[in-house]
Design a protein around this ligand. Structure first.
Ligand code: NOJ
Ligand code: MG
Length: 388
């Protein structure tokens, strides 16, 4: 393999433990792979030069573990991390598998369930801090509804907000170095999930007591399930300074949650996401959150394939950015600002408003300008397919 294409720890790739622990079960058939424990998952990822892992509390210890059992698993995880040279980069709570959360966790009607959910998160935040995780994810899988008349969405938002506010204070009170990250998804397992897209999450964050402590980790496939553009979701979060983590994978638009490997469906779209992250120096971890195909006997080809795909696209981004033909055409899209309009539009001042009020534009003439999008897109396709 060309040296450049071999991933290194410094690439900051991460995997959810649950991705390699996934056993291929789907709604129509049982597991096709043998079980893998959380500790084995940490070891296997570390052996493959993966920088970090993300975990749910119950990927590591079962919900009914005794305190002694839980402690021995955490200690073993720490030993495995040290031996394999892998970091814990993000943590999250399983607030969706157990039937107690069947109608939501933070948004449940039952205050006891909401309290139990917050307690479960607090307990895992302590472990996450011990393992060194600096990002704590909330994916509200069960926070939604099928029967909307039975759950007031305004009340649900209030409950969600109270939970996040409470937990922010908990992190601060304990002096943990940790930010929260909301992971949007439009549906599945609920008919409609609250905070369906990055846009919803960003608007919600602005209403929190400590918005500075909360960002988003849009998941590529979740965005496609909503029929939207992963590039635009990542870009908006990045521009807002809120992209604290990313979940990469692939998904045919508007279908059930397929969780395929990164770039499996649409390499051009994936390329533009890698280009965005590269060009704008995204510094967080690049976490893969997908599943090996059900036909795989073990998860390791899947692990390597995701990192290899990212590196291939990264190398392609370098080629795209250096392509003189493409650069020249892109350059032509920009227009010399002879009228000084950029400066006028950058800020409202009475002077700028006056200048704009009296300016004369000729829309017919402006509309005559041609844009080279067909040729630009063709050139990108040529580069992607390796044509000269
Ligand atoms: C499982 C979901 O499928 C995934 O997208 C999410 O990131 C994790 N849970 C975190 O809770
Ligand atoms: Mg995810």
């Amino acid at each position: 393999m060309a040296k450049k294409l071999q991933w290194k720890r410094s690439d900051k790739f991460a995997f959810g433990l649950w991705t390699v622990m996934n056993r291929g079960r789907d709604p129509f058939g049982p597991e096709t792979r043998p079980p893998l424990s959380g500790i084995e998952a940490i070891r296997g990822l570390g052996e493959r030069d993966v920088y970090g892992f993300e975990y749910h509390d119950n990927d590591l210890w079962p919900m009914d573990a005794t305190p002694a059992k839980k402690r021995s698993i955490i200690n073993e995880a720490k030993r495995a991390m040290k031996a394999a040279g892998i970091l814990c980069t993000a943590a999250t709570t399983n607030l969706f598998s157990h039937p107690v959360f069947k109608d939501g966790a933070f948004t449940s009607h039952d205050p006891r369930v909401r309290a139990y959910a917050v307690q479960k998160v607090m307990a895992n935040i302590d472990v996450a801090a011990e393992l060194g995780a600096e990002v704590y994810i909330y994916w509200g899988g069960r926070e939604g509804a099928e029967v909307d008349i039975g759950k007031d969405p305004i009340e649900a938002m209030k409950r969600f907000r109270d939970a996040i506010n409470f937990l922010c204070e908990y992190v601060m009170a304990n002096g943990y170095k940790m930010v929260f990250s909301l992971e949007p998804k439009p549906n599945e397992p609920r008919s409609n999930i609250y905070l369906a897209t990055a846009g919803h999450a960003l608007a919600f964050i602005a209403t929190l007591d400590h918005p500075e402590m909360v960002g988003v980790n849009p998941e590529y496939a979740h965005v496609k399930m909503a029929g939207l553009s992963p590039l635009h979701e990542y870009a908006q979060a990045l521009e807002a300074g809120k992209l604290v983590d990313i979940h990469l994978n692939a998904q045919e638009p508007l279908r059930f949650d397929q969780d395929m490997s990164f770039a499996a469906d649409n390499p051009k779209e994936a390329l533009l996401v890698v280009k965005l992250l590269t060009d704008y120096g995204y510094a967080g971890t690049k976490a893969f959150d997908c599943h090996p195909y059900r036909t795989e006997a073990a998860p390791w080809d899947f692990v390597e394939r995701n990192m290899r795909a990212y590196k291939l696209l990264e190398a392609k981004v370098e080629e795209v950015n250096a392509d003189t033909r493409l650069c020249a055409m892109l350059e032509e899209l920009t227009v010399a600002d002879e009228g000084g309009w950029n400066q006028v539009l950058a800020a409202y001042t009475p002077k700028n408003a006056d200048k704009l009020k009296v300016a004369k534009f000729n829309p017919e003439k402006l509309a005559q300008r041609t844009l080279l999008y067909e040729q630009i897109d063709l050139r990108l396709t040529e580069l992607l397919l390796g044509a000269r």
